[in-house]
Design a protein around this ligand. Structure first.
Ligand code: PHE
Length: 453
């Protein structure tokens, strides 16, 4: 009774489909549609995808189940969760690192979210037709380097996120995901239908699905691992926070598999949309972060009704991004609200303002602050590197160690089988992975990248 009351006060998801769509909404975002294609391009194509799939199913899914377990068991924000499950230990620092990572990622992620709004605006204004590919490259460079415009869009995006988060779990997060996610799927399929009939479709698909194993090296593996964690929203307590709002009867293993499959499918389908276009219009597949903003306009201007499709695409890119920014925002908002004992609105306000400050620095690194380099990286790439290549994998490793070695097996079993009312045939395999495989593999990849082995 007590816990039911408490839960009500904290808010919880209202339906099974709401749980899946909200979690998938967190996972599916710019990571899939913007970051995955350019990471694939920069890391040699199909070979990267194979390594990526390995990372997702072998390491990502088990870590996701661990985050679910921690979150639903503790029914609290990601830092409090460790204080509850491991009182008197330092494990809460792991939750603290997650909150910090969420904050940093949201800061630079919102910059790109802002770009999606600019592209939506330009498409609607009819400025995206009848241009040569080089013109789109130049437009992108000029826009991202300008001091004010990207900042305004970024703030708009953060405010949208803010207003959904303050509405709470059911009315804000769940409801928005239930509307936005189905729309995203629908539009993706329509776009795939178009790009597969382009002349470069064969070349694009070969690049995506025909691996050249000589391209695999430690940096490719670390990128794939970082991308897997980023795309699945793992390693920073995001799904742990969401799981704290899962009802007691949620089948977390099934939910985890569904979210992982949906997320991976959307990433690969985004590649299927983008690479045929890349090869058709002679764009360099390893051109980096601007891939989506420079390549896709070429596709739209050649499509029948391209004007409308461009608008729809950028609306949906923005919506996918929005369901993800909401989840990052929620991690920090829940933390502040519960730990600082302030209202949800106040907590959300602090997060939004903080992110505007971080985002401003990241955004300006494309122009005014372009000369500021730390370890050879500009501020945007530095934040991306620290958060997604350092904090997320490390977070994932420690989450595995925590659930594998610190939480007792019964707790894991109780949560993942809903007190033995569900079957989980691969439970032993799962435990083996989070005890041995995940910590060792993530640890080695990480040490190799920072040059220790
Ligand atoms: N998974 C999101 C995406 O793919 C990004 C994200 C990372 C969201 C970490 C929450 C936490 O775009």
């Amino acid at each position: 009774m007590m816990s039911a009351l408490k839960e009500e006060k904290r808010g919880s998801f209202g339906s099974k489909i709401g749980v899946v769509l909200a979690s998938a909404g967190s996972a599916i975002g710019l990571g899939n549609i913007w970051r995955f294609p350019y990471m694939t391009g920069q890391n040699g194509g199909a070979a990267f995808i194979l390594v990526y799939l390995g990372c997702v199913f072998l390491l990502g899914l088990p870590v996701m189940l661990s985050e679910f377990t921690i979150g639903r068991r503790a029914h609290s924000n990601t830092m409090r969760a460790y204080l509850k499950l491991a009182p008197g230990t330092k494990w809460y620092l792991l939750g603290g690192m997650g909150v910090l990572a969420g904050f940093l990622i949201l800061g630079y992620y919102s910059v790109v979210c802002g770009w999606t709004l600019e592209y939506l605006f330009q498409s609607a204004a009819g400025n995206m037709g009848g241009k040569e590919p080089e013109v789109f490259s130049a437009m992108f460079a000029t826009f991202t380097a300008s001091p004010l415009r990207p900042l305004i869009w970024m703030v708009v995006f953060l405010l949208l996120t803010h207003f959904i988060v303050v509405r709470g779990i059911k009315k804000g997060i769940e409801k928005s995901s239930m509307i936005m996610m189905p729309m995203l799927f629908l539009i993706m399929f329509v776009l795939i239908g178009r790009t597969l009939t382009l002349s470069g479709a064969h070349e694009g698909l070969t690049y995506l699905f025909n691996p050249d194993f000589s391209k695999i090296n430690s940096s490719v593996v670390l990128s794939a691992l970082g991308q897997a964690f980023f795309s699945l929203s793992l390693g920073m307590g995001c799904l742990c926070t969401y799981a704290s709002y899962f009802p007691d009867n949620t089948d977390m293993v099934k939910t985890g598999v569904q979210v992982t499959v949906l997320d991976t499918a959307v990433a690969i389908l985004a590649g299927v949309i983008i690479f045929p276009a890349v090869f058709t219009y002679g764009i360099n597949p390893s051109s980096g972060p601007e891939l989506v903003f420079v390549t896709l306009p070429n596709v739209f201007q050649n499509m029948v009704g391209g004007y409308i499709w461009a608008i729809l695409f950028y609306i949906l890119l923005a919506l996918a991004a929005l369901t993800s920014t909401i989840s990052m925002h929620e991690v920090v908002t829940a933390f502040l609200q519960e730990e600082k004992k302030i209202s949800r609105v106040k907590a959300a306000r602090v997060v939004t303002i903080g992110c505007i400050i971080i985002g401003t620095f990241c955004s300006l690194s494309f122009g005014l602050l372009g000369h500021v380099k730390v370890f050879g990286l500009d501020l945007f790439n530095l934040t991306d590197y620290v958060a997604s290549k350092v904090m997320l994998p490390l977070g994932g490793m420690f989450i595995s160690i925590f659930t594998g070695w610190f939480l007792d097996k019964n707790t894991l079993w109780e949560e993942l089988s809903n007190h033995s009312t569900l079957r989980f045939h691969l439970f032993k395999v799962y435990v083996f992975i989070i005890r041995y495989v995940a910590p060792i593999v993530i640890g080695c990849i990480f040490l190799k990248e920072i040059g220790i082995i």
